[in-house]
Design a protein around this ligand. Structure first.
Ligand code: DON
Length: 319
């Protein structure tokens, strides 16, 4: 039935239809047990794998949810999309392209080989190398002031004061040798202006921020709405920054699976290893989801299936 409705129009369907399709997506995929919960730190490995939340925020500020949409989890790599926007707002389109990059690596999110194969280029801000480079541009004289800039920006996207999950932060910090190696390698190419160790610390903190599926929907809807948070009315970034961010997400938001994702869902999206996913429909709104089981590339299985279904049912596909 949803395929019959799959014609993109300029607006979201009415609230009643949105609610019934969100509920239908929840029912359809709640029984899907495929994929594995991330197990590289105990704080993620111990999570209930059955948690499943879906939320849609419209650019009109309406937020509709189904299931565990208010359960908090660490934002992980989804922070990369919003820190990209905050840094783009600061340094501009051309510097981002030159210093961070906007091309897909075709390799996993924490690949060191991708850096070597590309002469030290971080390649794009959605893989760890580019995300750490983007974070290195956060203004401030020390870790605390740079962290304040990032946390304040993420909070404005969400429309509430977000906080860090200390357990996740400690656990990630004790297991981030690979990210420190990435920052050290980038630094060895001479492209790093900030201290690499401090930058990885800020990056690790940003990954540990607690959000819900509803927060992700509102954060995504802010990018869909030309940078204006549709719930608070706060202009977080400029419309041109949203365009840059959504282009970067379309190219690399789901890592080496970004082509498959765009082909099937037809919208920019960003995943995180804790099981969150945000999918943005420019001019209309965004879907946020939470379901911890991941495919081998580190993307939420139920989240991707729900996004596929809802892209069709709600007529969100851009193409
Ligand atoms: O930097 C890392 O490796 C983690 N803190 C976040 C990685 C992540 O979310 C990858 N996504 N699927």
């Amino acid at each position: 039935a949803f395929q019959a409705a799959a014609v993109s129009t300029g607006t979201l369907p009415d609230a009643e239809r949105v609610r019934s399709f969100l509920n239908e997506a929840h029912v359809r995929y709640a029984g899907d047990l495929s994929g594995e919960v991330a197990d590289y730190i105990p704080a993620l490995a111990g999570v209930d794998p059955e948690l499943f939340g879906l939320s849609l925020a419209g650019v009109n500020g309406a937020v509709t949810s189904s299931g565990d949409a208010r359960v908090e989890f660490s934002i992980q790599s989804i922070s990369k999309a919003f820190v990209f926007a905050l840094i783009d707002q600061l340094v501009g389109h051309d510097t981002i392209r030159r210093s961070v990059g906007v091309n897909n690596t075709g390799l996993p999110f924490n690949s060191i080989m991708a850096i070597e194969l590309n002469d030290g280029s971080p390649m794009n801000a959605m893989v760890n190398a580019g995300a750490i480079t983007a974070t290195s541009f956060a203004p401030g004289n020390n870790v605390e002031s740079r962290w304040e800039f990032v946390l304040d920006g993420l909070s404005r996207f969400a429309g509430r004061d977000l906080v860090i999950d200390d357990e996740v932060y400690r656990s990630e910090s004790a297991n981030n040798g690979r990210n420190r190696a990435i920052a050290g390698l980038l630094n060895s190419y001479g492209a790093f202006s900030a201290d690499p160790e401090e930058t990885v610390d800020v990056y690790t903190r940003q990954c540990s921020v607690r959000v819900t599926a509803e927060d992700l929907a509102v954060m995504g809807a802010t990018l869909a709405d030309g940078g204006v948070n549709p719930v608070t009315g706060d202009q977080v970034v400029n419309a041109s920054v949203c365009r840059d961010t959504l282009a970067a997400l379309a190219a690399a938001g789901l890592y080496e699976r970004s082509g498959d994702w765009l082909y099937e869902i037809g919208m920019p999206g960003k995943s995180g290893v804790s099981g969150g996913l945000v999918t943005i429909s420019p001019g209309k709104g965004a879907l946020g989801s939470y379901a911890p089981r991941l495919d081998p590339a580190g993307n939420s299985v139920r989240g991707q299936r729900a996004a596929h279904f809802l892209s069709g049912a709600l007529g969100l596909n851009l193409f």
